[in-house]
Design a protein around this ligand. Structure first.
Ligand code: ADP
Length: 307
């Protein structure tokens, strides 16, 4: 039996202007998984700790992603999956994506890497489809490729790994409230005005250029979302206060992580990221809502082997 233990990272999707296309990978928060190849064919989830999630292969995103991998691989091998969950489901920092991406990355590694990371994104997206009804790639792509990623196109799938300036640090607050995916989807409008579209794609271009040239001010100016954030932020208590305070403390920008309720702030340097965390803590402590705060450098590697 061949076996591997991995770290399956949390991710921040959208990054304000890049709804469904931009994302980045975190380093200090993620799940652990043990994936094994067994003699008896079939995919089995043998252990889940830290969360109440289904063991049935077709109901767990890790199982669905591995089934998708195996049907492309074409050989009937046996796989067992153990999941040690640290990322809370529905937090907006890619809980389901970590399981899908981690599982397919590990099985690919155990089989001698028959597929490219880009191809693995396709398999992991099947897990995302189970979790949210939508096969989006903005969490699984950064989890698998590391750093910042852009989904240039969904059809055909075209994933681009961007550059990660080394001083960038994320501060993420996860308020422990439930925002139903159906609610966070239902507030989104399906048509946008040309004026807003121009602002949005200007910002996406600016953010990508800022990452490659390590222009931190440009990164900050580009972290603006005129389409989704104004509608979704009303579901997150103290969103405007947190965003304003984070920027006042020196963050380059702040926004909703994925579909929320987590809020991210991106800073240059660890000191600013820590100051931002302290300010956000002060604001949220007064609300009576439980919360977690994570501070993380950008993980340029993605899923990785651990002992
Ligand atoms: P996040 O908001 O952190 O991105 P998601 O909303 O993407 O998390 O995923 C959470 C949903 O996926 C929940 O409904 C959960 O029950 C389901 N799910 C199924 N399998 C898993 C898994 N292995 N890990 C996390 N969530 C899973």
């Amino acid at each position: 039996m061949k076996s591997i233990k991995i770290f399956a990272p949390a991710t921040v999707a959208n990054l304000s202007c890049g709804f469904d296309v931009l994302g980045c990978c975190l380093d200090t928060i993620g799940d652990e998984m043990i994936i094994s190849i067994t003699e008896e064919p079939g995919v089995k989830i043998t252990k889940i700790e830290g969360a109440d999630l289904p063991f049935e292969t077709h109901k767990n995103v890790a199982g669905v992603a591995v089934e998708s991998f195996l049907s492309a691989y074409g050989k009937d091998i046996g796989v067992t999956i153990e999941i040690y969950k640290k990322i809370k489901a529905g937090s907006g920092i890619g809980s389901s994506a970590a399981s899908s991406a981690g599982a397919v990355w590990a099985i690919n590694h155990l089989l001698g890497n028959p597929f490219t990371p880009q191809k693995l994104v396709e398999f992991a997206m099947q897990g995302e489809k189970l979790a949210s009804g939508n096969a989006h790639a903005d969490n699984v792509a950064p989890a698998l490729l590391g750093g910042f990623t852009l989904v240039r196109s969904y059809s055909p799938l075209d994933i681009i790994k961007l550059h990660s300036p080394k001083d960038l640090v994320m501060t993420v607050i996860h308020p422990q409230i439930e925002v139903k995916t159906s609610d966070s989807r239902s507030v989104i409008k399906h048509n946008v005005t040309l004026k807003k579209a121009i602002q949005q794609w200007g910002n996406v271009g600016g953010l990508v250029a800022g990452l490659f040239t390590e222009d931190y001010d440009l990164i900050g100016r580009s972290l603006e979302d005129v389409i989704i954030e104004p509608l979704r932020s009303i579901l997150i208590p103290e969103f405007d206060t947190v965003k304003k305070a984070a920027i006042q403390k020196g963050a380059l920008g702040a926004g909703i992580s994925g579909s929320g309720p987590s809020i991210f702030a991106l800073s240059k340097g660890m000191k600013t990221a820590n100051d931002v965390a302290d300010t956000i803590k002060d604001i949220y402590s007064k609300t009576g809502i439980d919360f977690d705060i994570h501070i993380s450098k950008i993980n340029d590697q993605g899923v990785k082997i651990i002992n």
